[in-house]
Design a protein. Structure first.
Length: 279
């Protein structure tokens, strides 16, 4: 069982979590992907968190922090987060996505890579669903065993499970070949542990909210470009980037929502990117 990190809170205070995902930073600062400067868009999302008055206890970065796996991209990710006033008291936890190099991420962000964290009445478990050389996901026995141990060790704690790849089809009109390939193993395990309340992921660059028995299943927009399904095709969407907030209560209930970067914070970012491309 991995060492458990605990964040101290008053017993009756809800925990505030913020999820950011799929920032796709590059080794070289200011690099654009699909027309978006991914450094600038991440900063815009962090400014939106501040404008919304969020001061999270825990920030979850759910994969594809980097597009190219370069050490410099993780160093800059850490630097950008450290500059954000809204995160001055936040503990950060990150997990790898299919574009990350997990070993490099864990080396550069070692202090943020602990897989089990207790905050208030909740336990947060982060899973690695990456497969070397593939964009698809898989949960190996080692990760399932770690999750089960974390659940068994604290049956009285409500639990949120976070990972990168989606465990189910997001749209019935599009066959997703890049989700995890063994979702039933995960759902079978979670069905044995009723304290598992939330399953959270990134990867899809899209907002998603659905229930499966006692489990709330959530996906969140990227901090850069967005995807959607139209006419059975996977297409880039022009919606603004965003983040998810989650308020986790002592009794196991929760409130959550997605906030996208508002025009006052987003349009200057787009204008600056256009100017840089024209230069």
């Amino acid at each position: 069982m991995a060492r458990i990190h605990s964040l101290t809170r008053r017993d009756d205070a809800p925990a505030m979590l913020v999820q950011v995902t799929d920032s796709h930073l590059f080794g070289e600062a200011g690099t654009a992907m699909l027309g978006v400067d991914t450094d600038a868009s991440l900063r815009a999302v962090l400014r939106q968190i501040e404008a919304d008055g969020r001061h999270p206890d825990l920030l979850l970065a759910t994969g594809d922090l980097s597009q190219d796996g370069e050490a410099a991209s993780y160093q800059r990710f850490a630097s950008i987060l450290s500059e954000a006033p809204a995160l001055d008291r936040a503990c950060v936890r990150c997990l790898p996505g299919n574009h990350d190099l997990p070993a490099v991420m864990r080396q550069e962000l070692a202090q943020w890579s602990a897989p089990v964290t207790d905050v208030g009445a909740w336990r947060v478990v982060t899973l690695d669903t990456t497969v070397p050389g593939s964009n698809a996901g898989h949960l190996p026995a080692s990760q399932l065993d770690m999750l089960e141990a974390a659940l068994a060790e604290a049956p009285g704690r409500h639990t949120l499970v976070a990972m990168h790849h989606n465990p189910m089809q997001i749209d019935s009109h599009w066959h997703d070949t890049m989700m995890i390939d063994n979702p039933q193993a995960l759902f079978k395990l979670l069905a044995h542990w009723p304290q598992a309340r939330v399953l959270l992921w990134g990867h899809v660059h899209h907002e998603f909210d659905r229930r499966r028995h006692n489990l709330r299943m959530l996906a969140t927009p990227s901090t850069c470009f967005q995807f959607s399904i139209r006419d059975g095709k996977h297409v880039v969407d022009n919606m603004a980037p965003g983040y998810r907030w989650l308020k986790l209560y002592q009794d196991g209930s929760m409130a959550t929502g997605v906030r996208r970067v508002q025009d006052a914070l987003w349009q200057p970012t787009l204008a600056a990117a256009d100017k840089a491309r024209a230069a």
